[in-house]
Design a protein around this ligand. Structure first.
Ligand SMILES: Nc1ncnc2c1ncn2[C@@H]1O[C@H](COP(=O)(O)OP(=O)(O)OP(=O)(O)O)[C@@H](O)[C@H]1O
Ligand SMILES: [Mg+2]
Length: 257
């Protein structure tokens, strides 16, 4: 379980995350949605102490994360970065194996796990395992980043737009595999996305952030039933508007024939 209590991050006199309180239950996936610069990445990074809060605190399974060793914290939490952040001098297999290596797994177990994860993110192990990150496309690098976050089967995952660089079809397949893995492993996860459809599909609950503040948090049904304000209403309306547009285009296409 993850609990954020009155979390604030200031740079100078500007609060980029403001008095944010939230909890994510065991096995729950919380989707965090909000515009660019609304404080999503900052919030995620405060959970595993890549960024230290100006005030407030974070508890992981009842323990204040400030009381945990950084290495311990990073081992417990799988993190897929928005900027991917693969180690440039390591090949793909070494990148995926970072945590299992730290944990002292045997070479054979690591090799098996690396191949299994690469297949899971739809990369051909034989073709990519020995390549360096700069020899992969952006979307391929992003998938290696997700494989790395999953490597030691963490119970807690923080995912910062993990599928943002993927084409829609690959993205849909990886979302489906992610839903499956999450159920199997009962992972507790915070998943940042720009995409309301992704949030509705993956999130047990959705947290909407704006200008560093939490606007609303609730199940997809609760948000739809009673959006807290116009901003949430507009966000929810986006997928419907797209669907209407597609329908209108299809109708025009049908008229052309
Ligand atoms: N080190 C820093 N110093 C000053 N301001 C910062 C710093 N890091 C982030 N910010 C500001 O904090 C705000 C929140 O940034 P954050 O990265 O959390 O946004 P985000 O919601 O993840 O946005 P995006 O969707 O674009 O990734 C932004 O306005 C950003 O410019
Ligand atoms: Mg971000």
């Amino acid at each position: 379980m993850i609990e954020l209590h009155r979390l604030t991050k200031r740079y100078g006199d500007q609060a980029v995350v403001h008095d944010l309180s939230l909890s994510v239950a065991e096995g729950e996936l919380l989707a965090v949605l909000g515009g660019s610069g609304s404080g999503k990445t900052t919030t995620l990074k405060m959970i595993n102490r890549l960024i230290e809060p100006s005030s407030g605190n974070v508890h992981l399974n009842g323990v204040d994360v400030r009381g945990l060793e950084l290495s311990e914290l990073r081992r417990q939490i799988g993190y897929a970065f928005q900027q991917v952040g693969l180690f440039p001098h390591m090949n793909v297999a070494q990148n995926v194996a970072v945590t299992p290596t730290l944990l002292g797994w045997s070479a054979a177990a690591i090799a098996r796990r690396v191949d299994e994860l690469l297949e899971l993110v739809e990369l051909d192990p034989a073709a990519v395992r020995d390549r360096r990150p700069d020899q992969l496309s952006g979307g391929q690098q992003q998938r290696v980043g997700v494989a790395r976050a999953l490597a030691a089967a963490p119970r807690v995952m923080l995912l910062d737009e993990p599928f943002g660089a993927l084409d829609p079809l690959t993205r849909q397949r990886l979302q489906d595999s992610f839903i499956r893995i999450r159920r199997e492993l009962a992972v507790t996860a915070v998943f940042v996305t720009h995409d309301m459809v992704e949030a509705l599909m993956l999130g047990d609950r959705i947290a909407v952030m704006r200008h560093g503040r939490l606007v609303q948090v609730g199940t997809p049904a609760a948000l739809m039933r009673s959006p807290a304000d116009d901003y949430v209403r507009r966000l929810l309306d986006t997928p419907c508007r797209e669907a209407r547009l597609v329908n209108a285009l299809l109708a025009t296409g049908a008229a052309d024939r």
